[in-house]
Design a protein around this ligand. Structure first.
Ligand SMILES: Cc1cc2nc3c(=O)[nH]c(=O)nc-3n(C[C@H](O)[C@H](O)[C@H](O)COP(=O)(O)OP(=O)(O)OC[C@H]3O[C@@H](n4cnc5c(N)ncnc54)[C@H](O)[C@@H]3O)c2cc1C
Length: 439
């Protein structure tokens, strides 16, 4: 069978991307190992920033649509000792994920994209010049395509099969992901309504609305394992007085929490979504974060494949430069800085909140000079010297990474030298898993 593009994975990244290519007239096949009924059943409720509909050209969900649950317009965050509250105004839709994906798929099918379920990727196919030219499924079927897109989520089944100096084939292991536990709960006090999301970044814990008015979702994310996440949930609930509840059911799933691969492309190949670790460092939001890469990537792919051309690494490279110099640079900074911002005591965290350092409300200017504000805390005995050192170091490392990403090479020739320096900078920045002391 011959296609222009075959996409492995039919969830938010693969389906959204397929539609962009389908609209441009490319012949696209999306496969998923799951059945259509089971697709994305691991997660029911997701929160989706309402601005993203217009940004990515997706029809907004509205009351009455089967995927739509409700909207909230404010997100709060609170300090570790629960004494300081920050308010951020953001319109967020609560959606049923499987039904949201179904709607995206309907649009893609209207644009002639083909979907096949219960079809599992096994191997890449290569032509006589050792260039990717399609995939083989676990049933032995060969599907030929000029471009193979990995949208297979955290397992990154295609990327991990690559043996190519331009795309890292790492596995997203326990240190590199967040094990997320979600408790769907019914509140015992019927007068309490959870109508906005509130997070406690120190505990990586939150409470947020769900589909039943008298209910909520209590969540925690942690590196290493579900056992450790459960321990973190207990620590969070011991420290923070949440409304009393009755447990309805639990969901447990993983999301990548590490830097993305330095390059997303090589000859005939592109990686997107969770397979490319494209989640937002501050809150793990993965759907719009992935689409930021997908939208310009689709334009580059369409140009690279015009008139039957084979999409070479050189032709696809612009996907790397556009992403890494933009969101990639900002998120590299944020990721490195957050490692220092959470590696401290609850009291230190409270001081940061009190001064609007890292954690601040939309209408709060924050300190004029970060170092001076932190030093004042040290002198007053409200912020520890160890936390000061950790945070300043993390901020500096974040700034260095951002600068380096903004200098992402224009073409593949500059990549090996850029990669060497990036690896050194990340080795110094460390990872969120390094902050775990009580596993
Ligand atoms: C608990 C939790 C809560 C979250 N909440 C939010 C939220 O509120 N808002 C938000 O924006 N993000 C949220 N995220 C993140 C978001 O869900 C993910 O970033 C996003 O769903 C990733 O989409 P994806 O299409 O890249 O991958 P996935 O959704 O993982 O889809 C990958 C698909 O590939 C298929 N596949 C895998 N291997 C093969 C194979 N060998 N052959 C064929 N198909 C294969 C799988 O069956 C799957 O359907 C959350 C994540 C978790 C874990």
């Amino acid at each position: 069978m011959n296609y222009d593009v075959v996409i492995v994975g039919a969830c938010t990244a693969g389906t959204y991307f397929s539609n962009l290519l389908g609209m441009a007239g490319l012949k696209v096949l999306v496969i998923d190992r799951d059945t259509e009924e089971n697709l994305s059943k691991r997660l029911d409720i997701v929160h989706f920033t309402a601005d993203s509909y217009a940004q990515f050209g997706v029809e907004p969900a509205k009351p009455g649509d089967e995927d739509y649950v409700r909207t909230f317009e404010v997100c709060y965050s609170k300090s570790a000792l629960n004494q300081h509250l920050k308010t951020n105004y953001l319109k967020v839709d609560v959606l049923h994920l499987p039904l949201f994906i179904k709607k995206l798929r309907k649009r893609a099918v209207e644009n002639q994209v083909e979907f096949r379920f219960g079809v599992c990727f096994d191997e890449l196919l290569y032509d006589d010049h050792r260039r990717i030219c399609g995939i083989r499924t676990t049933d032995g079927e060969e599907i030929y395509a000029r471009l193979v897109v990995d949208a297979s989520g955290i397992s990154a089944v295609v990327r991990r099969k690559l043996d190519d100096p331009y795309v890292e084939n790492f596995e997203t292991g326990p240190r590199d992901k967040f094990y997320v536990l979600l408790k769907y709960v019914e509140l015992l006090d019927k007068s309490i309504k959870i109508e906005a999301s509130t997070g406690w970044p120190y505990y990586k814990g939150w409470i947020a609305p769900q589909h039943h008015e008298g209910g909520a979702i209590v969540g925690v994310g942690a590196n290493l394992s579900f056992d450790y996440a459960r321990k973190c949930m207990a620590k969070f609930e011991n420290a923070i007085p949440l409304p009393e509840y009755r447990l309805q059911y639990e969901e447990a799933a993983c999301t990548p929490y590490r830097r993305p691969p330095f390059s997303f492309v090589t000859d005939g190949f592109l990686v997107i979504g969770d397979a490319a670790c494209l989640t937002k460092p501050i809150n793990g939001e993965g759907i719009p974060s992935a689409w930021v890469q997908c939208t310009p990537a689709a334009q580059v792919v369409i140009e690279a494949m015009a008139d039957g051309k084979y999409p070479t690494r050189e032709a696809l490279w612009k996907i790397n430069t556009l992403y890494q110099r933009g969101e990639g640079a900002a998120y590299a900074n944020e990721r490195a800085m957050l490692i220092g911002a959470v590696d401290m005591s609850p009291r230190d965290n409270d001081y940061m909140f009190s001064q609007g350092i890292v954690f601040r409300s939309d209408d709060e200017p924050g300190p004029d000079n970060l170092v001076v504000a932190l030093l004042k805390g040290v002198l007053k005995g409200e912020f520890s010297l160890a936390a000061f050192a950790a945070l300043v170091k993390a901020v500096l490392k974040g700034m260095m990474l951002e600068k380096h990403y903004k200098n992402y090479p224009e073409a593949p020739e500059g990549y090996p030298a850029w990669e060497r320096k990036a690896l050194k900078l990340w080795a110094k920045a460390g990872s969120m898993a390094d902050t775990v002391k009580d596993a």
